[in-house]
Design a protein around this ligand. Structure first.
Ligand code: OAD
Length: 369
């Protein structure tokens, strides 16, 4: 048996196991299973803020109405064209910025987490962990020197999101990126949720005194760990969300309002592995189509979540009980966005917007020098 068949077999076994428990135990024990499921979900903290209702309505076995005539990029295009005032949410990760020259995190060999040997970290993610940072902020600031949002230009994907906004179709853009390129691309801040915070501002970890990017940049580029000038003690940390910190309130508040209203979800350039961001895909209505533009399929349900009935995830198998609304367009984000714009009849508009914006960024650069 090959590896995939074995995995499938294990999956089937797990499903069977679950089914057996339910059928043998009938009504009485169903509630027990439910209790265990809820207990485990709470203990494992997989049911993150606000996931309750939508998650439960999407448990395996329930059918859903198909909203796309064709489960393909063309089907999505037709859906957008036909739906007046289509409310679109975009969700993004590091993959929309790689063509700007900023590495993502998890792509084998090119991802940031594969290039951190020189920092002698206990594990790659430690560089973004609050506990580790409190003890040893140096590795983060050495890396920050390379990652400072300076001189990078937004990509076609960023400008595609801006075009959605200009067309009045963008309900909100949720990004995990801290590179500020959505802002540079001209997306207004009310349309933007920076789920993992931003480099734009910083705070002293001791007295919470605020600092600007310009001030932090000055210190970081000199190779100095930024120390607070108010209390003279605390380290100033950019307002990016580290592992071990809560996400900004704006994320919690807007996610609760937005996702139930969305007519279409477009996810681009993310591995969808970091929570709670990854679970946002489950917070749209069960009839809402979801388009993934990424160089590989991501965000599908894992076995534990399936057993616990928690995360539905993306379902690309149109034949399954949940199929019929999720489309994976596999390839480069910029190519996917340009193709989508072309198919919607906005291709030239997108190209012209990018040209205009690049010219103006170049002019800004010249006047700065
Ligand atoms: P990842 O590096 O985990 O995932 C990027 C995804 O984009 C992968 O699936 C890549 O294959 C894909 N990709 C890369 N370049 C692409 C391109 N040009 N076109 C299409 N696909 C491309 O990055 P994120 O999902 O953003 O958190 O990572 C999430 C979080 O993990 C980050 O915000 C960061 C990190 O730990 C914190 O630091 C708190």
């Amino acid at each position: 048996m090959d590896k995939e068949s074995k995995e499938n077999r294990k999956d089937d076994d797990l499903t069977e196991e679950k089914q057996n428990v339910s059928s043998k135990s009938s009504n009485v024990d169903d509630s027990e299973v439910e209790k265990i499921r809820r207990y485990l979900a709470a203990k494992l903290s997989v049911g993150l803020t606000g996931l309750g209702c939508e998650q439960r309505t999407q448990r395996s076995g329930e059918s859903q109405q198909t909203t796309l005539r064709e489960v393909s990029l063309d089907g999505i295009v037709e859906y957008i064209k036909e739906k007046a005032d289509c409310k679109i949410i975009t969700m993004a990760g590091a993959g929309i910025s790689t063509s700007a020259g900023i590495p993502d995190f998890r792509s084998p060999s090119s991802g940031l987490y594969y290039k951190l040997d020189k920092y002698n970290l206990p594990h790659p993610q430690a560089i973004f962990e609050l506990d580790f940072f409190m003890k040893n902020p140096e590795p983060f600031f050495t890396l920050a020197k390379e990652l400072l949002p300076e001189g990078f230009k937004p990509t076609i994907s960023h400008y595609f999101i801006r075009l959605l906004w200009e067309k009045g179709l963008l309900l909100r853009h949720y990004t995990q990126n801290i590179d500020t390129l959505e802002r540079v691309a001209g997306l207004p801040s009310d349309k933007l949720v920076e789920a993992h915070g931003t480099f734009h501002t910083g705070h002293c970890l001791k007295c919470r005194a605020p600092y600007t990017l310009t001030w932090m940049k000055e210190q970081i580029t000199k190779g100095i760990i930024p120390k607070c000038e108010e209390c003279d003690e605390g380290v100033v940390k950019p307002d990016i969300v580290f592992f071990g910190e809560v996400l900004p309130e704006r994320f919690q508040e807007l996610a609760d309002q937005d996702f139930v209203q969305a007519d279409l979800l477009i996810i681009m350039g993310s591995s969808l592995v970091v929570q709670p961001f990854a679970s946002l895909v489950d917070r749209v209505q069960t009839t809402c189509p979801r388009l993934l533009i990424n160089n590989k399929k991501v965000g599908m349900q894992d076995r534990l979540s399936r057993f616990l009935g928690l995360r539905q995830g993306l379902v690309f198998d149109a034949k399954s009980a949940h199929g019929g609304r999720d489309v994976a367009w596999l390839g480069d984000c910029d190519t996917g966005c340009q193709l989508l714009a072309d198919k919607l009849g906005w291709g030239d508009e997108l190209r012209a917007l990018i040209q205009k914006e690049y010219d103006s960024l170049k002019a800004d650069d010249k006047s700065d020098n």
